[in-house]
Write a protein that binds this ligand. Structure first.
Ligand code: GAL
Length: 694
């Protein structure tokens, strides 16, 4: 059974802010990580708990991959070991997230229910031997998952140490097997109502794909050449809805057993995008995120901010960092070490932007198994190590900044005047093959846009299509290729009501079924933008061209006619010489800017900063970002907590009347932050700050 699909013309239309009933407010920042006692003997359990106390760990995540230990044979539950573990934790005052272990069905399950294993696109049915081997829509899997959730909830649902339910782990296995085919068809029937409507939406007249019976439709399995793009994107939408339905079932079992603990599941960035996060967030009490960095350079700090701003936006307030890597940054074929200082700075970076936790994968480095070389809070070297000493230092810092955990009684946790539209449809659409340029990736575009604001020290939120965007003076829409009628109306109303809209190439090209709107691009937005694009001109790999405002462009250009807009910048080369590249249309009380060229990062930075300035939007602390000082004002209960994260090379001093929580220094005297250092200044709400030099 999958969740009700969104109507074809209105994917993820928002009518309400995603705000939770209660913002997730633990008594202190949650500190710890995934703990797998099932991998260790009892002596190590006791040593672990003693080390946790030493480091001031207050939370572990349990049970994530414990199915085989909790249910060693069908219907036979063994929970004695978990009872013992919880007793040890409780005696030490350590709380826990309890996972439903459904991400990793054990071997007996595979053998008993082969039809519940996922089938790849190429028809290969997977077997056990790794993890995440489940066919999400297989009745046997769903049934076993519900039973497991119920059993755990009945046994532990009211445990005083339970901080929340960690449902499953990183939902994301796509299945192309018979069970998926059945539920995909049902989803399509609900979405389209009739085969005729589906045939029209999917353009099945092309390549003789017309369907005469629902049974003829399959998931997009391996085929001779290109798939139908409408089928591909609908399958992604269906898979997200189907996994969400499985989560909701588990949640309902747990609630029915009487447990009132908060529910979450861990989303995963930067690479995975199997979920439509806004609709998922609606079903959770708090959003949690696993965040793994993919670069060692300064962009790692921008990436921390990107993941955090996404999670806070999806959650509509505080969120939980469920996993990060303590020491490693995965780079292709190796894991490069992160310094202790950087580990602490990153941990505070997540908290600055709304995380209520600093949780890691994982507590103790495994001796065996596929992730034995993944870093951990307790390394293979054990508790007597430089690494573990740094973990203890982080525990101290988190304890000192505990006052910052309480969210404000009203208003956002981080105040942003810039919104960036995010929707999984844009990602999925750009993943369909055979576009004019298959190398333009949604996630890269969104990250590049976010990076520009991060570099300028300007706070941003991500925004759900259809949300109330009135509080954003500027709304940026990068590469949202499909748009529904309702979304076009929403954007138009935003501009007319006085908003400053910035829309990039590859937005509004198609309807939700990926049918191109004719008459010139971007067909869905021509009127709003006052432009008509006759031709798309992707550039050659490595080719760069310029605009007459000095911007440098790579990868993408367009032949634009400004039909009802003023030209802000024009192309200076070849066929496009003198043609508009960036335009601005006055609309009602606001404006709609169109960017037809893919600006190189430095030019994108300059362009977006100029747009922000035009709206009167400035950085949190002028002059700081340029010197590598990231400044985030996290609003709290009766105070603002100003996080100062120094990624630059020269010591800096910031003054603000209040107390620096880590050192206890008086902020009025100026707080000096050394390169690589962090400080958290508690000031009166809205109190001014000054950068007073080195
Ligand atoms: C996460 C996962 C963890 C662990 C970690 C390693 O995606 O939830 O179980 O595998 O990655 O980086």
């Amino acid at each position: 059974m999958s969740a009700a699909p969104s109507a074809p013309d209105a994917p993820a239309e928002d009518t309400s802010a995603p705000g939770r009933a209660q913002p997730f407010t633990p008594p202190a920042f949650l500190f710890g990580g995934d703990w797998s006692p099932e991998q260790w003997d009892r002596e190590t359990w006791r040593e672990d708990v003693a080390l946790m106390q030493r480091a001031k760990v207050n939370t572990v995540s349990l049970g994530i991959f414990s199915w085989a230990c909790l249910e060693p044979a069908e219907g036979v539950y063994e929970t004695g070991w978990l009872d013992e573990v919880l007793e040890l934790l409780t005696a030490a005052g350590i709380g826990f997230f309890l996972a439903t272990p459904t991400a990793s069905p054990p071997p007996w399950f595979t053998l008993a229910h082969p039809e519940a294993m996922p089938v790849r696109e190429d028809g290969v049915r997977l077997t056990h031997g790794s993890r995440d081997t489940y066919a999400i829509s297989a009745p046997a899997y769903r049934e076993a998952s519900r039973r497991m959730a119920r059993m755990l909830a009945e046994r532990y649902g009211e445990h005083p140490g339970l901080r929340g339910w960690h449902l499953h782990n990183e939902y994301g296995t796509l299945d192309h097997g018979p069970a998926a085919a059945d539920s995909f068809r049902l989803w399509l029937q609900r979405r389209y109502g009739s085969l005729e409507a589906l045939n029209t939406a999917w353009s099945t007249a092309f390549w003789s794909q017309r369907y005469g019976d629902w049974e003829e439709i399959t998931p997009p399995r391996a085929t001779q050449y290109l798939h139908n793009p409408a089928q591909l994107i609908d399958f992604r939408r269906y898979s997200s809805d189907e996994m969400l339905a499985a989560l909701v079932e588990q949640r309902e079992e747990i609630r029915a057993a009487g447990s009132t603990a908060p529910m979450t599941t861990n989303f995963m960035l930067p690479t995975w995008n199997h979920l439509e996060q806004w609709s998922w967030a609606d079903q959770l009490d708090v959003v949690s995120l696993d965040h793994y960095l993919d670069t060692t350079g300064p962009d790692a700090e921008a990436h921390v901010a990107y993941g955090s701003d996404l999670a806070r936006s999806w959650s509509g307030g505080p969120w939980v960092l469920m996993e990060q890597n303590a020491w490693g940054i995965a780079l292709g074929d190796r894991s490069v070490l992160k310094s202790p200082e950087r580990m602490i700075r990153h941990s505070l970076g997540y908290i600055a932007r709304g995380s209520q936790s600093s949780l890691f994968f994982q507590w103790r480095a495994s001796r065996g198994g596929a992730e034995q070389w993944h870093s951990a809070l307790v390394p293979h070297a054990g508790g007597s190590s430089r690494r573990f000493a740094a973990i203890c230092e982080l525990g101290d810092v988190l304890e000192r900044i505990a006052p910052a955990v309480a969210p404000p009684a009203e208003g956002p946790l981080v105040e942003a005047e810039v919104g960036i539209l995010w929707h999984a449809d844009g990602w999925w659409a750009l993943e369909t093959p055979h576009l004019p340029h298959d190398g333009i990736r949604y996630a890269e575009e969104l990250r590049a846009t976010h990076r520009s604001f991060w570099r300028a020290g300007i706070p941003v939120d991500f925004v759900r299509p259809g949300a109330d965007a009135a509080r954003y003076r500027m709304l940026v829409v990068p590469c949202q290729y499909p748009l529904s009628d309702a979304q076009v109306r929403w954007l138009t109303e935003y501009a007319e009501a006085g908003g400053h809209l910035v829309i990039t190439y590859l937005t509004g090209i198609s309807d939700p079924s990926l049918q191109v709107a004719g008459g010139g691009y971007p067909g869905r937005l021509r009127q709003l933008l006052g432009v008509r694009v006759e031709e798309l001109h992707p550039l050659l790999a490595g080719e760069e061209v310029t605009l007459d405002d000095g911007s440098v462009v790579a990868e993408w250009t367009e032949l634009v006619e400004a039909t009802d807009a003023q030209v802000l910048a024009s192309y200076t080369h070849g066929e496009l010489r003198g043609r508009p590249a960036i335009t601005l249309a006055e609309r009602g009380a606001g404006r709609a800017v169109y960017l037809s060229a893919r600006l190189r990062q430095d030019s994108r930075d300059a362009f977006l900063l100029a747009q922000a300035r035009r709206c009167g939007i400035g950085p949190t602390l002028p002059g700081a970002a340029e010197q590598g000082l990231e400044v985030v004002r996290r609003r709290g209960d009766g105070a603002d907590h100003v996080f100062l994260l120094h990624h630059g090379a020269e010591a800096l001093t910031v003054r603000g009347s209040g107390t620096e929580l880590i050192s206890g220094q008086d902020g009025a005297d100026g707080v000096r932050i050394d390169p690589g250092g962090v400080a958290v200044l508690a000031v009166e709400p809205g109190a001014p700050l000054a950068l007073v030099g080195r």
